[in-house]
Design a protein. Sequence first.
Length: 367
Amino acid sequence: MKNKPYIPQKLPIEINYLEFIKDIADANRALGRLDGLLIHLPNPRLLGKTLLTKEAVLSSRIEGTRATINDIFEFEAKNDGYGKETETRDIHEILNYRKALDFGIRSLKNSPLSENLIKRLHRILLNSGRGQSNAPGEFRKTQVWIGNYSSSLETASYIPPPPNEIIPLFSNLEKYINSDSEKSELVQIAMAHYQFEAIHPFLDGNGRVGRLLISLFLYERKLLSHPFLYLSEFFEKNRSDYYSLLKNVSEKQDWGSWISFFMKGLNIQAIKTEKIAREILQLYDDYKEKITEIRSMYAIKLLEIIFIYPVFSFSLIKDKIAIKNDQTILNLIKKFVEAGLIDNVFKDAKRNKLYKFTKLYEILKEN
C-alpha cells in the first residue's frame, strides 16, 4: 500500500462479531437510555441548537479552526461581521457545518442518505472559508495524499484511491449504507465511516462530511428520535487513536479494534449527552419557577429564546419576540439581569449591549 493509492475492499466485509459484542451491547444500552429521554422532550429546540453548535465547533476544530462556542454565539448576536479575517473565516466554516447538518436532518424526511445528498452537504460545508476553491459538491478529479504540510506522494502517510475508482467505490458505499446487510446498525455506521474516509471522495472537507454522516445515519435509522448525538468530541479527545485505528484497518484489516473504539465513542458520548440534556432541562424547569417573580406575560417566551440564543442583543430579541414596544423589551431584559438569570457581557457599553446566559454555558463548557 505504501507510496501507491490504496483501494479499500468493497462492503459488506465478513467480520468476527464476537470480538466486540460487549462493546456493541454497551453502546446500544447507552443510546437506548438517551433516546428514552429525547423521545419525551417537551421542546426539542431547548437542546437542539446549542448541542448542534457545540458539535460544529468541535468537528471543525479537528480540521484546524480555533473559534469557540462562545465566539459563534457572540458573532451571531452582534451580526456585524466584525473580527479578524482568520477569526471570521473560522466562524463561517463552523456555521457552514451547522447549516449542513441542519439541512441533512431536514432532507432525510424526503430522501435517503444518497450520493446526491452527501454532495449537497459538501457544497454547503465549503460554501465559504478555506474550501471555496476545492470543488464544493463535486468528487475530486485528481490524485491526493494525506500527510504533513511537507509530505509528497513518496512520503505520504496515506494515499486514497485514484479518481477513476471513486464512483464505483462510492456507489458501493451508498448501497451498503442503505442496506440491511449488517447484523448491527452501529457496526454498519462504524464500517461506513471508515470506508468514507478511506475513499476520500472530495478534495477537502472529507473528515467533516464523514462525521456529519454518523449523526444523520443514527437519526435516519431511528436509533435516536432527535439527532443530538455527535462523536466529534470523542474523536477530538482521542485524535491519535482515531487516525491510527483508521490506518490499521487499511494496512492490517484490523476492523475489530476500530469497531471497538467506535462503540466506545458512541457509549461515552451517549452517556455525556444524556447528562447534559438532563442538566439543561433541569435548568429550564428551575428558571420557569424563578420567572414567576418577574410578573410578565412575555417572560416565558424570553426564557425559551435564551435557551436557543444564549448570547443575544436587544435587536435579536426584538426580531424573535412578538412585542412591538421597544421599552417593554428593554424592561424585560433588565428584569432578567436583576434576577440574576442573565449577565451583561459588556456592562459599560452604551449601545449594542450583549447579554449572556451564563448558567447554560457552564453546562456546555467544552472541556
